[in-house]
Design a protein around this ligand. Sequence first.
Ligand code: NCD
Length: 322
Amino acid sequence: MRHLISIADCSREDIERILDRAESFAEVSGREIKKVPTLRGRTVINLFYEASTRTSSSFEIAAKRLSADLVTVKSVGSSVDKGESLKDTVQTLSAYDPAAIVIRSPHVGAADLVAKWSPAAVVNAGDGKHEHPTQALLDLYTLRRRVPALEGLTVWIVGDVMHSRVARSNILAFTRLGCRVTVCGPPTLIPRGIETLGCEVRHTLDDVGEADVIYALRMQRERMKGSFVPSLREYAARYQIDSRRLGANQLLMHPGPVNRGVELSAEVIDCPQALITAQVESGVVVRMAVLYELLTGVGDDAGGDGPDPRTRAAQASEPQPA
Ligand code: NCD
């Protein structure tokens, strides 16, 4: 793989290879000195045009644990504030010859454009409401460690599917690994035609008991133009996952940040079935695996653009993780 822009571009084999690689990095994360020399001398640029806590910090930690040189540029405080365009910013940063650019943007298609403007490998860390592929991968990784098999698992994604890049990437990723996915929310927050991604649609939680996993989403008000629900109180009454709705054998996931008391009640956030902290933890090893995949060209044997020749040399001379 040259870039990671969309889960739609990933085969089941690609996904499983990345998850297996992440498993091998879990051992590194358990060490006192959490570092391998794999990307020594390579530069990773984190370019964030939107708020982020988990994604930006875990990409930073991932790059550092692989010994890459890391630069984080946030739009606030950068020359973007002075009116510089994305293209000019990317071309400026490309002058440093980065091996990878991790980009988060409020605009659909931004990561794809960056891949056209820069010779670096590009990772989409969220482009508007389109996709957030590393979130989907870390969710699969988290779940795979908790359940005997993903195949045949029933996952309900509940909430603001309309404005959620996580929903889109996760529907694609979960179904690719054999899960049955249902999305649930008020009709105003479920995009028309979403079934074409391979999921079912429900507008009530009446049958949520059939889910093995409930994946709750935040109301993404920063992307809403207008009012999509009568009130948050009414929304919560119909769709909030609380201890009445979460069965003892069901797992609970959420990409964060949680709006406590809206999509989740306070008591379920900290219950034993909640994987929310495990998801955050998985973010580091999965993002290490993604950087490794793109910068060492491991998945390119079957064709593609091929790995960067500089990496082949690095691979030959460097110890690899277990
Ligand atoms: C998500 C995002 O930014 O798309 N968060 C994340 O990356 N962990 C979901 C959200 O903001 O609700």
